[in-house]
Design a protein around this ligand. Structure first.
Ligand SMILES: [Zn+2]
Length: 553
């Protein structure tokens, strides 16, 4: 008993040791370094998993592991200082770039901006301005700060370009408006959009940089101790490294098995909006999984329907296999109902808030002409209504959060179903982006409402991600015209009918009536299979060659 206690004590002492002095690599810490130069690590991993020469899929993801709550105060102080200094470094560099090139950001074309955002250009700027000295960060840290600044500017540009495109389309819509009602709507939308211009990169917030293998590594303890996972990072002092203990879950440790650990970021508060996590540090570790690509026996197509459901159709690569085509409507009606309930409550609350706001404004009107007694009364009523509106707004916020949780969970469950159903297939998902514009005008307000709140993009990501982890590829294809084409005869002479949120397609050539989403999935799958056959990526097995084969046996 006593012996165990002594061992535990010793282990605690060892783990609370704060600073390792000396260059990296010269230590014997009883820890296995997980982060390495990723190219070497990738080759090693492929060898280890016996995947050499085989087709593989790389899956990148990020896992969020909290720093251990039992971290010593000394280390916490060092971590605070370091992350603070990194933020400072990124801010200095960011402001330097924006000051020097303000003109180009405003008036230059893409090429000018690309030139400014070149690594060499910014490195020169950083050197001329003694940023290393000003921040006390070593050159490796500075390098990562520069990378972060470049990344931030580039993603801002991308966002801004998307926004410009949206504004352009909104302006076109305004010009092509056919009546006053459309004009008013288009004008309102354009006004809303203009307010939503992506703001310039703000470097005043706390920002982190990437810890690549030369400034930090993720390390796993070889022995079972109190702390199983650590990060080993450079500090502000030369040659001094510290070890920060993490608090991984079983899931985290599982995720770190057989992967390439690329790098990590240290983030305060994580990406969680919860107040209790505000002061906590989280480590976002980027990992790459290497998965063997599996053989396929079919090509599938899926269409994300309007009813928070997914239609899937699988087409065989073997003409003999009569178990194909397989069709399935995947849905989770319980969750759909729940989501719709939330939407209804949100809508009615919004209405109520609008009413209270209007009352509040109305009472404040014609103020000058009122007697002082009337004023007092009006003021009381106006403030009462304003208070009510604020209360409703608060309720709305919490409701939206709850709805969001249900919605994410719904997407996740549905993605799981899709992945299960499409095992063994190459899958094509129709890119539904254009759909938002499809139901313009007033024909189908209820349908439009549904589309607006339906998270196509997130769902696609979930599906392709899960499938990649299982060794199957997923492709996004342009869905243009798939909803009009008949899957039986290829004719485009069709009519779509809507009945209580469900839609059918009627073909005038072969006279079939089919669920519109199943039809679209079928067309998507057929297109994808044809493309792959043409490109020589796959081959059809047919009855003739198979019979020949069995005869010669
Ligand atoms: Zn037809």
């Amino acid at each position: 008993m006593l012996y165990v206690w002594v061992v535990n004590m010793a282990m605690n002492l060892l783990s609370s040791e704060d600073v390792t002095v000396g260059r990296k690599g010269k230590r014997n810490t009883g820890k296995e370094v997980l982060t390495k130069k990723s190219k070497k690590k990738k080759e090693d991993l492929i060898e280890e998993l016996e995947l050499k020469g085989k087709k593989t899929i790389e899956v990148r993801k990020s896992i969020r592991i909290p720093v251990h709550y039992d971290i010593t105060k000394n280390k916490m102080d060092k971590l605070n200082k370091l992350t603070g200094r990194i933020t400072y470094g990124i801010r200095l560099i960011g402001e330097l770039v924006s000051d020097v090139y303000a003109d180009i950001f405003m008036n230059g074309d893409d090429k000018d901006i690309d030139n400014v955002l070149k690594l060499k250009t910014i490195e020169g700027l950083v050197k001329d301005n003694d940023i290393e000295e000003k921040t006390g960060l070593n050159s490796n840290f500075i390098q990562q700060c520069i990378n972060k600044v470049i990344f931030t500017y580039k993603s801002h540009r991308k966002l801004h370009k998307e926004w410009e495109g949206k504004v352009e389309r909104a302006e076109e819509r305004l010009e092509s408006a056919r009546d006053d009602k459309e004009l008013e709507k288009a004008d309102k939308w354009l006004g809303k959009l203009k307010k939503r211009e992506p703001s310039k990169p703000d470097f005043r917030k706390k920002i982190s940089c990437r810890f690549t293998h030369n400034i930090g590594t993720v390390e796993q303890a070889k022995d079972k101790g109190k702390f199983s996972l650590w990060i080993h990072i450079s500090t502000l002092e030369k040659y001094k490294m510290i070890d920060i203990p993490l608090n991984p879950s079983v899931y985290h440790m599982d995720q770190l098995k057989d992967v390439v650990v690329d790098d990590f970021e240290i983030i305060k508060g994580g990406d969680s909006r919860k107040k209790k996590n505000k002061g906590k540090y989280y480590i976002h570790v980027s990992i790459t999984k290497i998965v063997e690509e599996k053989e396929i026996n079919s090509v599938g197509g899926i269409d994300q329907g309007l009813n928070k459901s997914i239609a899937a159709v699988l087409l065989s690569l073997n003409e003999n296999d009569k178990s194909f085509p397989r069709e399935e409507q995947l849905t989770d009606s319980a969750k759909v109902e729940l989501l719709e309930k939330y939407d209804d409550i949100v809508a009615s609350l919004q209405k109520a808030r609008k009413l209270e706001k209007a009352t509040s404004l109305q009472k404040a009107e014609k103020w000058e002409k009122a007697t002082s007694l009337q004023k007092a009364e009006k003021w009381e009523k106006a403030s009462k209504a304003a208070k009510k509106a604020a209360k409703i707004a608060k309720k709305l916020r919490s409701l939206r959060g709850k709805r969001e949780n249900v919605s994410t969970y719904h997407d996740w469950c549905l993605a799981k179903k899709v992945v299960e159903f499409t095992k063994g297939s190459y899958l094509a998902i129709g890119n539904t982006k254009f759909r938002q514009g499809m139901f313009r005008g007033n024909q189908m307000p209820t349908l439009r409402k549904r589309i607006g709140k339906w998270t196509y993009g997130r769902q696609r990501k979930m599906i392709s991600f899960k499938r990649a982890e299982m060794g199957y590829r997923t492709k996004l294809i342009d869905e243009y015209g798939t909803s009009r084409e008949c899957c039986e005869c290829g004719s485009k002479l069709t009519t779509r009918k809507y009945e209580e949120g469900f839609s059918y397609i009627l073909c005038h050539s072969c006279e079939i009536k089919k669920d519109a989403d199943i039809n679209a999935s079928n067309v998507i799958a057929t297109r994808c299979r044809d493309d792959m056959l043409k490109a020589g990526m796959i081959r059809m097995k047919n009855s003739v060659s198979q019979q020949d084969g069995s005869c010669s046996l």
